[in-house]
Ligand binder design. Structure first.
Ligand SMILES: NC(=O)c1ccc[n+]([C@@H]2O[C@H](COP(=O)([O-])OP(=O)(O)OC[C@H]3O[C@@H](n4cnc5c(N)ncnc54)[C@H](OP(=O)(O)O)[C@@H]3O)[C@@H](O)[C@H]2O)c1
Length: 262
């Protein structure tokens, strides 16, 4: 069976809804996952009329264990699914010292736990079949621990590290893995999280269609990490080279001389 279906989480708005549009235009059947069924129905009706692809909707709260297991089971059981776009994510909580702990938990549950569970389900099946694509939406905040909300950016650092590690595990099995690191992108996430997008310089804000088109171009180019706004890919390569250069000295039998331990 050809794996011609793409399952997209957080497909009711913003980046996820835009992936749905672009994937449908590439001829992929879709499974849309989010909580707002009405918005997904409207999107599905448009995409089916415009492109002729089949679009299915799963209304699910991925922060809820029962719903998450249901979506993961679908990834296990449907051999037609060839691509997973792990996009659902929230910004919540703000500063750690003043945050509602429930908001921090909710951020970790969706951005980390759900993404991991769905990646694992897809990895299991895709590796067994020898093909498939897992696209994980991280954020440039993964590279900016000095800025933005601590728990949110840490969840995105997890997504980046997890996706790079997943690539190590899966590439020999024919599975393509990509981490997408959007910068500021014009979607509802800003309003939903109480941040004022209009306060940011317009030259920092990308339109969502441009962001997703660049991310899909990066996928087609075989990039493991796609940073849509980064002008020179060599800058990312230098960063990675500097990190890898630490490797030989990160675990040695003696503490470094500067600590004065004899
Ligand atoms: N916009 C940016 O500037 C930016 C930058 C970097 C990274 N990102 C990342 O891009 C991804 C998409 O965000 P966006 O900007 O497109 O924001 P968005 O428009 O707010 O979309 C978020 C999507 O996630 C879904 N979602 C939220 N909570 C959910 C839950 N508990 N269960 C299932 N679905 C849930 C929402 O749908 P329902 O409400 O219907 O459930 C919605 O479809 C996120 O991972 C975000 O961190 C965004």
């Amino acid at each position: 069976m050809t794996a011609h279906k793409t399952l997209i989480t957080g497909a009711s708005s913003g980046i996820g809804a835009t992936y749905a549009d672009r994937m449908a235009k590439r001829g992929e059947d879709l499974i849309l996952v989010a909580r707002n069924q009405g918005r997904m129905e409207t999107l599905a009706a448009r995409l089916m009329a415009e492109t002729g692809v089949a679009v299915e909707i799963i209304a699910a709260d991925l922060a809820d264990q029962h719903d998450l297991k249901h979506v993961a089971a679908r990834l296990y059981d449907d051999p037609a699914i060839g691509t997973l776009v792990n996009n659902a994510g929230i910004v919540a909580g703000g500063a750690v010292s003043t945050a509602d702990p429930e908001a921090l938990d909710a951020t970790i549950n969706l951005n980390v736990r759900a993404l991991t569970r769905l990646s694992a389900a897809a990895a299991n099946r895709f590796a067994a079949r020898g093909h498939g694509k897992i696209i994980n939406i991280a954020s440039v905040t993964a590279l900016m621990p000095e800025q933005f909300e601590p728990v949110y950016l840490a969840t995105k650092a997890y997504v980046l590290a997890f996706t790079e590690a997943l690539h190590q595990e899966l590439h020999a099995h024919g599975v393509v893995v990509q981490a997408v690191l959007p910068g500021v992108t014009r979607t509802e996430i800003w309003e939903r999280s109480g941040h004022d997008l209009s306060a940011l310089p317009t030259e920092m804000v990308m339109e969502v269609g441009d962001m997703v088109d660049a991310a899909i171009a990066g996928l087609d180019m075989g990039e493991l990490v796609t940073i849509p706004s980064l002008p020179d890919a060599a800058d990312w390569n230098s960063y990675k080279t500097a990190r890898l250069a630490l490797g030989p000295n990160l675990s040695l039998s003696k503490p470094a001389a500067r600590y004065g331990v004899h």
